[in-house]
Design a binder for this molecule. Structure first.
Ligand code: PBG
Length: 338
């Protein structure tokens, strides 16, 4: 006689909702759309200039005319904003990075051209001196190479106001000096730029994932064996990130950023849940390079890991993501909707 046993089944089968696309869509907790993407671009002097960045396959430095052409596609794809990173020649660099606040500098001209061609595309500028200093540091240094805080803040204020004068919608200090957000806010207000937003790189870590970016802007050779440990954050710290973000918000930041992205999603989550402010994350050059290298070797499915990495940032709490994948991801989303 077979023994009668009561039928055992799991009371809840979480797999039921996963069984079909329709129910997976209905229960999906987070969304990724082009609205969440910001495209960082490297800007070159000249016309019809386009240069590949070897450590960032698929990324090119572009002259302003080509950038303006690209801007049309960004708008068509629904990407809300670009972040500009100028690449200037060695002759334009000096000890104090004075090219940074040239009203006719490359960044300032790029802003004007973009706002004229595509007024609805948000333009974000990087406020930091590293593309313009001979030593590749983000600020002004003393005889020992130490980056001086308060003199650097004065320079950053001039740079930020020159960007706003050119029409930048958002200025993004990425330098990590103390007190720079308050100083920039005050100067913008006095100059009448009351609606120029500040996206503060609040929790910016001293990361080795920035290597390919330094190749792209040509600061890698300048910084050499130097580092940014005296101003960027120690990767071992988390409470300090909350402190930084809270300070920047109280100084008048409109949005805050965590950088890098994927290795720091715990920070993104803490910042979003503890401070509830607009929280952005930067999927930096090294993260892009890793994904691309693996995909090019056939070790990972490039499109799939790209989308997964971006969704993971949204799930962690990021409102928007600066990513070199912005255009590729937005094209993929457009094609999937068709
Ligand atoms: C410098 C700056 C850096 C990045 C953005 N702004 C590099 C650095 O701090 O050395 C890195 C971005 C990236 O790696 O994609 N102000």
């Amino acid at each position: 006689m077979p023994r009668l046993t009561p039928r055992v089944f799991p009371a809840t089968r979480l797999r039921r909702n996963r069984a079909s696309d329709f129910s997976r869509r209905l229960v999906r907790e987070h969304q990724l759309t082009p609205d969440h993407l910001i495209y960082p671009v490297f800007v070159l002097e000249g016309e019809q200039q386009r240069e590949a960045v070897p450590s960032m396959p698929g990324v090119e430095r572009l002259s302003i005319d080509l950038l303006v052409e690209l801007a049309g596609e960004l708008v068509a794809l629904g990407i809300p904003a670009v972040a500009l990173f100028p690449v200037v020649s060695a002759e334009q660099k000096d000890l104090s990075g004075s090219e940074a606040w040239n009203p006719d500098g490359l960044a300032q001209r790029a802003v004007r051209a973009l706002k004229q061609a595509q007024p609805e595309l948000g333009v974000i500028t990087d406020v930091a001196l590293d593309p313009f200093t001979t030593h590749g540091q983000d600020g002004i240094i003393d005889h020992d190479g130490y980056v001086l805080n308060d003199v650097t803040v004065e320079a950053l204020v001039k740079q930020a106001v020159s960007h706003a004068d050119a029409g930048a919608d958002v200025v993004a200090p990425s330098d990590m000096m103390d007190g720079r957000v308050a100083a920039i806010r005050e100067a913008l207000e006095s100059a009448g730029h009351v609606n120029t937003r500040i996206l503060a790189y609040s929790a910016k870590y001293a990361s080795s994932y920035y290597g390919p970016f330094r190749d792209a802007v040509g600061s890698a050779g300048n910084i050499g064996k130097g580092n940014k440990f005296s101003y960027q954050m120690d990767p071992a710290n988390s409470d300090e990130a909350i402190h930084e973000v809270a300070m920047d918000l109280s100084e008048g930041a409109d949005m805050v950023m965590i950088k890098p992205g994927m290795p720091y999603l715990d920070i993104v989550h803490r910042v979003k849940t503890e401070l509830q402010a607009p929280t952005f994350v930067y999927q930096v050059s090294g993260e892009y390079a890793m994904h691309m290298a693996a995909a090019q070797n056939g070790w990972l499915d490039g499109d799939a890991v790209m989308m997964e990495s971006l969704m993971a940032m949204r799930r962690a709490g990021a409102d928007a993501i600066l990513t070199y994948f912005a255009v590729r991801a937005a094209r993929l989303m457009r094609d999937q909707r068709r």
